[in-house]
Ligand binder design. Sequence first.
Ligand SMILES: Cc1ncc(C[n+]2csc(CCOP(=O)(O)OP(=O)(O)O)c2C)c(N)n1
Ligand code: SF4
Length: 253
Amino acid sequence: MTLEEIIKPENQIYGKTPLLTETPMHYCPGCSHGVVHKLIAEVIEEMNIADKTVGIAPVGCAVFAYNYIDIDWQEAAHGRAPALATAVKRLNPENCVFTYQGDGDLAAIGTAETIHACNRGENIAIFFINNGIYGMTGGQMAPTTLEGMKTATCPNGRDVSMEGYPLKISEMLALLDGTCYVTRQAVHTAASTVRAKKAIRKALENSMASKGTSIVEVVSTCNSGWKMTPHQANKWMVENMFPAYPLGDIKDR
Ligand SMILES: Cc1ncc(C[n+]2csc(CCOP(=O)(O)OP(=O)(O)O)c2C)c(N)n1
Ligand code: SF4
């Protein structure tokens, strides 16, 4: 059998969803952002809601999210994605609306926006990429930086007596009556990626059904900011991030 005979559409067991554009992603090799983008695109495609889904792109490494998934997007100022998503969903209640935010965007600069949107129970999905660091701007300490973790602005490790404790924002948001679904996932193995995809789907379905605010936190790597290879970063995440940010559903009502 020739190579040409083998490489035929009917023999393919995996293909790129057409909703992912041909634009080459700018993310560092090994970064979780690209994997989560792929999952979101696949879910929108499978739900057949591309023409009624609006994404809100963040400030941070994912600032160019709108270049990679072929749906309507709005770009928000730093931390303001939940406020913009509120407006988009209220004006177009039939739409599926989601924000895509890093921990610097969501849990630092946008803390108040996040809490109030969740407390109001806005019918949006929030995808929260928690890599414990400000990736784009050089790897500074974020609220989610672990105790003792070294970053550009705490080279000796986070000292909780000075900077406080890592912020478990998903647990906090689960306490609010407006949230209907809060879950913490990861995309470092095939099995975890399948679970993360299911969570993304549930969050988008909740937005369509106007059930309240859904949060899907994805505990992620930033191998460049952490100064590790992709393999080392995944291992470090399992050993250090997961004990502080345990995976699984926190709230589902
Ligand atoms: C109001 C405002 N403050 C600060 C910045 C600078 N800034 C741009 S991206 C970024 C870090 C974003 O980090 P995070 O949200 O964790 O995303 P990551 O890059 O890790 O994916 C910062 C501080 C900005 N653009 N606007
Ligand atoms: S700096 Fe970190 S978060 Fe940004 S693209 Fe690179 S690995 Fe991803």
